[in-house]
Design a protein around this ligand. Structure first.
Ligand code: MG
Length: 401
């Protein structure tokens, strides 16, 4: 690409380290397009993601706590913004492509169902005879196929490097169907450093914001958390500097330090790995035996302790289980109702299912229903459930959205 772009302000080439993803040497898009004016290719990707319908819907999708349970909890949207913030800081310090990491971060959860992991597990169960449901693959499906905005193509037609970063994990049998972005799972090669660091930024964001939300929700307490080394170390520092600080400020002062400690550890450890590997190009990154972005061994150990704590005390708390059980019932009931009678699907969704049936038979119908359900926000799924199953809504007005 790119004679046009070379040397222009829209390119980052001068700033980037040799083994970064360079927007002027992208592997390109699925459908050829002319280059953007005054933006680089990854800025265009990021901008298309922000203007997508799937991105707007993240505002009303659960991260851990159901969206309407409180206005202060993280949603998929605020989570994605926090991931982008962390990823951009790391990318800039390592002279990697900040715009690319931002695009990957903002798109990484686009394929999530309503109701967080409970929703995804339920939809995967519904789809078990029809190819299953994986949220990473669904995110890719959203940007490659499901967004309908551009005259020349389906999807957002993002660059290879952004799509590669979105597909964080993938089962081998699915990788074979995904073409260029699936290939690395077959070859056991690595994704770009930008993709690697965004993956770790995701984990850093949720490990920390789930503590904050968990305390706010009353499921965990500061006293419980003092058993966790990562938390305790920062608690002691804050408590010494600001004795008697009120809980709200105390928690924030601890969490911001925890994020910082993790980010600094990731940058320092990765920089050492990168130096040892004597990288010259992005190909060296891809062909390296293992991921070069990494936390130190001691941080991995401390993170594990925190994760196990969160799993036991937060994700497996009975109040979260109750929510998850109800959410799974909503998803499964909707799926079964649509499978039993596709005539109750809204016009656009049935059109989508018919198109997929023409190509793939009955499996296509199931995939179309899965796309429709995965695209729902929490509240839309609940409203749709009410419309279909609540006999009190048996009136013409309520049956129509
Ligand atoms: Mg995430």
């Amino acid at each position: 690409m790119t004679d046009q772009n070379k040397g222009s302000n829209s390119s980052y080439s001068g700033f980037l380290i040799d083994y970064a993803c360079d927007d002027t040497r992208s592997r390109g898009r699925r459908h050829d397009e002319s280059h953007p004016t005054y933006r680089n290719e990854y800025q265009r990707d990021r901008d298309r993601i922000i203007h997508s319908a799937a991105f707007r819907r993240l505002e009303y999708k659960t991260q851990v706590f159901v969206n309407h349970e409180g206005d202060l909890f993280r949603t998929r949207l605020t989570h994605s913004l926090e991931v982008a913030q962390i990823a951009r800081s790391i990318a800039r310090e390592l002279r990697l492509h900040e715009d690319l990491t931002e695009a990957i971060a903002l798109a990484h959860d686009l394929g999530h169902t309503p109701f967080g992991h409970a929703g995804q597990t339920a939809l995967n169960r519904c789809m078990k005879d029809f190819g299953g449901f994986e949220h990473n693959i669904q995110s890719l499906r959203v940007v490659d196929k499901l967004e309908q905005k551009y005259a020349d193509f389906d999807g957002l037609n993002l660059s290879f490097e952004t799509r590669e970063g979105i597909l964080k994990h993938c089962a081998l049998n699915n990788a074979k169907k995904l073409g260029d972005v699936g290939q690395r799972f077959i070859d056991s090669t690595q994704p770009s450093l930008e993709a690697q660091l965004t993956d770790y930024s995701d984990e850093t964001a949720y490990n920390n914001h789930d503590i904050d939300d968990g305390i706010r929700y009353g499921l965990i307490t500061i006293d419980d958390l003092l058993k966790i080394r990562l938390f305790r170390t920062q608690y002691d520092i804050v408590d010494k500097k600001y004795p008697g600080l009120d809980d709200k400020k105390l928690i924030h002062e601890i969490i911001r330090r925890m994020i910082n400690v993790m980010v600094v550890d990731l940058i320092d450890t990765s920089r050492e790995n990168i130096n040892d590997a004597r990288l010259k190009s992005i190909e060296d990154v891809r062909n390296h035996g293992q991921r070069l972005m990494a936390f130190s061994d001691s941080m991995i150990e401390e993170k594990l302790e925190l994760k196990q704590f969160l799993r036991k005390n937060l994700y497996q708390h009975y109040r979260v289980h109750r929510m998850s059980k109800k959410a799974a019932d909503v998803i499964e009931s909707l799926f079964n109702a649509f499978m039993n009678d596709t005539n109750i699907l809204p016009t656009e969704a049935i059109g989508h299912c018919h198109k997929l049936r023409d190509k793939h038979g009955d499996i296509g119908i199931a995939r179309g229903i899965s796309d429709y359900i995965a695209g729902m926000t929490d509240r839309y799924a609940i409203v749709e459930y009410e419309r279909i199953f609540n006999p009190r809504q048996l009136s013409f007005v309520n049956l129509h959205p």
